[in-house]
Design a protein around this ligand. Structure first.
Ligand code: NAP
Length: 280
């Protein structure tokens, strides 16, 4: 069996071209989709992620506003920044880069983002709406994965889907999205027992663990759809993808699978927010 490659790099390139055209259209209404990025502290990985997001905005003709706050920022100070961006009519989307320093109540700050500007899909309200099938911006990584699945017209209904990881931005929303597509979903986490046999029963598996090559290729059932959300400096994901093309029916490569879809989904949702703005 030679598996289908779910090429996120290619799909995000195609999507960027469409986004660029739509941004151009909006400029005729004097609207420039604008993403505000908030970076607290100077974590090098976070700095890189924010820079990549801002570069992508620039590539498609969107505006980005960079807010950089010191490591010592308090919850109240960050809340004030978010409130002022909520009230700024030029801003269509707000991204608060995760993680923030320990002294900050991250959940409180995420939830302070106006639901209309929650283009990164991090608020509890957005998660609740999405879970209930009400229109909402999805958390970008799982929403990007769903876009890949739909683009390649993979059938999810009735599949046994196993999501390994239950973080608020990835595992949990991923599980709800797959459930909404009528998969039968199992969520695994650090206290799960017999993980190997659970994975072995999966028709679709999402690795969102944060441990390099944690999921072994020999645990994966022949013909399964394999989605690797992980990315590590050694250029591998959370799944051991050696020989995966001979096991899976379809898989996301690392790099070039899930990663590019995450940023693309962020700018797509920022565009959608700007488009809604002209209809308000
Ligand atoms: P996270 O917040 O650290 O969550 C990791 C999850 O994995 C937790 O739910 C944890 O369970 C579970 N876990 C840890 N050890 C486990 C074990 N031994 N067995 C089973 N489950 C275990 O990480 P995250 O933010 O969701 O990220 C997950 C991965 O996705 C990382 O590799 C990250 O780099 C990647 N990621 C990629 C993108 C992208 O754009 N491509 C975006 C975000 C994240 P507990 O809840 O029990 O602790």
């Amino acid at each position: 069996m030679t598996a289908l490659i779910l090429d996120g790099k290619e799909l995000s390139k195609i999507s960027e071209n469409t986004i660029k055209e739509k941004v151009n259209e909006l400029s005729k209404h004097n609207i420039k989709p604008t993403l505000a990025t908030i970076l607290v502290g100077s974590d090098p990985a976070s700095e890189t992620y924010v820079k990549m997001k801002r570069n992508t905005c620039a590539r498609v003709g969107m505006e980005s506003i960079a807010v950089e706050l010191p490591e010592t920022t308090t919850t109240e100070e960050l809340l004030n920044t978010i409130r002022s961006l909520n009230n700024d009519k030029k801003v269509h989307g707000i991204l608060l880069q995760h993680p923030v320093p320990d002294q900050i109540d991250e959940r409180l700050c995420f939830d302070a983002i106006d639901i209309r500007k929650d283009v990164d899909g991090v608020t509890c309200l957005g998660f609740g709406n999405m879970s209930m099938g009400i229109d909402a911006y999805g958390s970008c990584t799982p929403a990007g994965i769903i876009r890949l699945i739909k683009h390649y017209e993979l059938k999810v209904q009735g599949l046994n889907a196993v999501v390994v990881g239950r973080s608020p931005i990835l595992g949990k929303p991923m599980a709800m999205m797959l459930l909404n597509m009528n998969a039968t979903v199992t969520i695994c986490h650090s206290r799960t027992q017999n993980i190997e046999s659970i994975i072995n029963n999966a028709d679709l598996i999402v690795g969102a663990v944060g441990i390099p090559r944690f999921i072994k290729s020999e645990w994966i059932k022949e013909g399964a759809i394999v989605i690797d959300a992980g990315y590590h400096p050694e250029k591998c994901g959370d799944i051991d993808l050696d020989n995966i093309e001979n096991i899976a029916s379809a898989y996301t490569p690392v790099p070039g699978g899930v990663g590019p879809m995450t940023i693309n989904t962020l700018i797509l949702q920022t565009l959608q927010s700007a488009e809604k703005y002209i209809m308000d």
